[in-house]
Write a protein that binds this ligand. Structure first.
Ligand SMILES: [Cu+2]
Length: 502
């Protein structure tokens, strides 16, 4: 570990330009930890397919100096390896559950058969293994995997059951972009956590934790607090995964420098999009390329969500979300003294055929509501999964029920799904099975950075978001896919539904 000179300087008030003021709600260490890079696991080639061996295990970590935290992980004590998949390859996963509790492992964003999806129905009992097989059949991108156990997803992800997936195809391998894993192609799994005084994770403790989702006062990147990255190249590609349970990040660099967004959830944008900040909700991914040629240190930060943001919590709930009202540091960055030159970005990254609304044969509507939502007061009974603290989080007036299939979608069809948010806070809506394109929010097409394929979409308070999606290749009348809010405490308390593709 190294002494963080900049934090000392800031503490003395010499510079107040960025990040953490002394009054910050965020705890800050005075030491920095080198950013760890998760092991890249490309599987083993056997009999024509790639075999991946994953073990869910419990362990301990020292996130805070001198304190031990009990954790969960995959092939390690916290989080898991980065799984490297190639388009077209046959994948055989083997997931051995060495925990003392059941779990599942869901491949978030992957287009796979329902039985291989790892949703709440594909329970892996302790001391058993789950062996789904699928053929990778989609464009290159950054995906992830995580526990999806009914009513327990939030807790198991909080304790560490998550990891990144990098999918490559011929196109991604031929592009002249930073793509050396761990050198100029850097995974950033961003999470917030809070701890008890004994070092243990402090998960849901009160009603508010369920209402807003659980927020933490410590930022972990790849499982490490106060992470420091020292680039060795002038351009770096960050694969940013918001793996927080609830928090929305508004990523930017402390000096306001521009960066290029090259990919979102389902893969590359057609062209790089230059931005100075980007709002990323829980479960969303963005790939950005940033230039460090000037050699100076700069922090990756999260800016406040302004009250005027369409994703800001409204009404009386806004007070409960005070932790999204300040700037805080995500990653300290100090470029090395001599930087290798990496490629310049191409003008064109891929081509995307925009689906037209007229291609859809059916429109379905989904109403998201929560106990304090407008017009839904007093509807719910007791809580679900959280011992009565939650109240009812509903989609179309119904909470998740394992034995109810809410929607049946014909295989090969194209549909528009309208998601209406009837509450005071933003919900990131996620659908399994495939990738969609956002048509519009309240009738307005999204910005260029949301014109690529997506599997999770921000639906602000009161908003109506429409997306279009093809449901193809896999049909199974007996096994459902999920759609749900990706604020995990909302999902665990009912804001989830099931659909089959038949
Ligand atoms: Cu939600």
């Amino acid at each position: 570990m190294r002494i963080n000179r900049r934090s000392f300087v800031q503490g003395l008030g010499v510079t107040a330009s960025s990040a953490l003021l002394p009054t910050s709600l965020f705890a800050q260490n005075l030491t920095q930890n080198e950013l760890p890079i998760p092991v890249l696991n490309g599987g083993e080639s056997q009999g024509g397919s790639q075999h991946y061996n994953l073990q869910l295990q419990s362990g301990t970590r020292q996130f805070l100096s001198g304190l031990t935290t009990e954790t969960l992980g995959i092939n390690g004590s916290y989080l898991g390896p980065t799984l490297h998949l190639k388009n077209g390859s046959d994948v055989a996963m083997s997931v051995l559950n060495q925990l003392s509790e059941p779990s599942t492992l869901h491949w978030h964003g992957l287009h796979v058969p329902a039985k291989a999806d790892g949703g709440p129905a594909q329970i892996i009992a302790p001391d058993t293994s789950w062996q789904p097989k699928f053929t990778v059949n989609q464009k290159a991108g950054t995906f992830w995997y995580h526990s999806h156990l009914l009513n327990k997803t939030g807790e198991q992800v909080y304790r560490g059951l998550a990891g990144m997936i990098i999918l490559d195809d011929e196109e991604s391998e031929s592009l002249e972009i930073p793509s050396t894993y761990g050198v100029d192609d850097i995974p950033l799994i961003v999470q917030d956590r809070r701890f008890n005084e004994d070092g243990s994770f402090r998960y849901v403790g009160m009603h508010r934790d369920v209402m807003t989702g659980v927020f933490g006062d410590r930022i972990l990147v790849n499982g490490t607090t106060s992470a420091l990255f020292t680039p060795s190249t002038n351009k770096v590609r960050f694969r940013i995964l918001n793996a927080a349970n609830a928090r929305t990040f508004n990523f930017a660099f402390a000096d306001g420098r521009e960066f290029s967004v090259i990919a979102t959830d389902g893969g590359f944008l057609e062209k790089p999009v230059a931005l100075r900040n980007i709002v990323v909700a829980a479960a969303e991914r963005v790939e950005i390329v940033v230039d460090f040629s000037d050699g100076g240190p700069v922090d990756l930060v999260s800016l406040p969500l302004e009250a005027s943001s369409p994703y800001s919590t409204t009404g009386m709930m806004r007070n409960m979300m005070s932790m999204n009202t300040e700037t805080f540091t995500i990653l300290n960055i100090e470029p090395q003294s001599a930087l290798q030159r990496s490629s310049t970005l191409p003008d064109q990254l891929t081509s995307i055929r925009r689906m037209q609304a007229a291609e859809a044969t059916r429109t379905r509507r989904f109403e998201l509501s929560m106990p304090m939502g407008m017009g839904r007061m007093g509807r719910g009974g007791g809580g679900r999964g959280m011992g009565g603290m939650g109240g009812e989080f509903l989609i179309n007036g119904k909470p998740m029920e394992m034995d109810v299939i809410n929607e049946v979608v014909p295989v090969g069809s194209t549909e528009i799904w309208e998601i209406h948010n009837d509450s005071m806070m933003m919900h990131p809506f996620h659908i399994h099975h495939g990738q969609f394109q956002i048509l519009d929010r309240d009738g307005v097409p999204p910005g260029q950075e949301e014109m690529g394929f997506k599997d999770t979409v921000k639906v602000g308070p009161g908003q109506l978001v429409r997306f279009i999606m093809r449901f193809e290749n896999f049909s199974d009348p007996d096994t459902a896919y999920m759609y749900h809010c990706h604020i995990l405490e909302h999902e665990d308390n009912g804001m989830m539904g099931q659909f089959t593709v038949v």
